[in-house]
Ligand binder design. Structure first.
Ligand code: GRF
Length: 207
């Protein structure tokens, strides 16, 4: 059974580590008066993330949640990931979040966390998965010499960029492309693909 569609607007949280251009596209697509859903919370593991600023500008609650470097602290030892997930989990609960969108969130969440949000947590990745998971997807595509790349919106599971695919958008790889030119071409598609995938999910058009 799918969690969506809901009989009310979905409450969405975005997790982002960096510049937040996907966040911006999502904020535009899901403002407070969108009947399908709206973004009510933005979390970042980076205090200086531009994404947090963009959330504030859009008058959406923005929270920095540290992901501390793990070091041995004796009996009460918690890894950085455990600390992040505990605080983030509480915020998600307090804000009655229905759906989490990872948008340039550069951390791997634990299997237990991801399991608890199964079917309600999406990610966007700048390649045509299952090709080129992980870091530097655009560089990987150029090095592999493929003639086409793109982006993928997928459900998050315990693996790295491995969950079921919701939708993909393709772009050509052109002669003379650099990592930057290819990344920019893909990013343009990301900004359309992510809102589109979220719309499909919230409307119950994706099972
Ligand atoms: C995007 O290319 C996204 O696919 C990847 O990280 C980048 C984030 O960019 N996961 P931005 O922070 O949304 O601008």
């Amino acid at each position: 059974m799918s969690y969506f569609p809901l009989p009310r607007p979905a409450r969405i949280a975005v997790m982002a580590s960096g510049r937040g251009s996907n966040l911006e596209a999502l904020l535009k697509a899901f403002p407070h008066d969108n009947p399908l859903g709206h973004i009510v919370l933005v979390l970042s593991d980076q205090r200086e993330a531009l994404a947090l600023q963009k959330a504030v500008e859009a008058e959406v609650e923005a929270e920095y949640v540290p992901w501390p470097k793990s070091r041995d602290q004796g009996v009460a030892y918690q890894t950085g990931r455990e600390q992040f997930e505990q605080v983030a989990g509480q915020l998600l609960h307090d804000h009655r979040i229905d759906l989490i969108l990872l948008a340039g969130f550069m951390r791997l969440l634990s299997p237990a966390f991801v399991q608890a949000w199964q079917g309600r947590i999406l990610n966007i990745h700048p390649s045509l998965l299952p090709q080129f998971p992980g870091l530097h997807a655009q560089r990987q595509a150029l090095e592999a010499g493929v003639s086409e790349s793109g982006c993928t919106v997928h459900f998050v599971d315990a693996g790295m960029d491995t969950g079921p695919i919701v939708l993909q958008r393709r772009v050509p790889v052109l002669p003379g492309d650099t990592e930057e030119t290819l990344a920019a071409r893909i990013l343009e598609q990301e900004h359309q693909a992510y809102p589109e995938a979220v719309r499909m999910l919230l409307a119950g058009d994706f099972r």
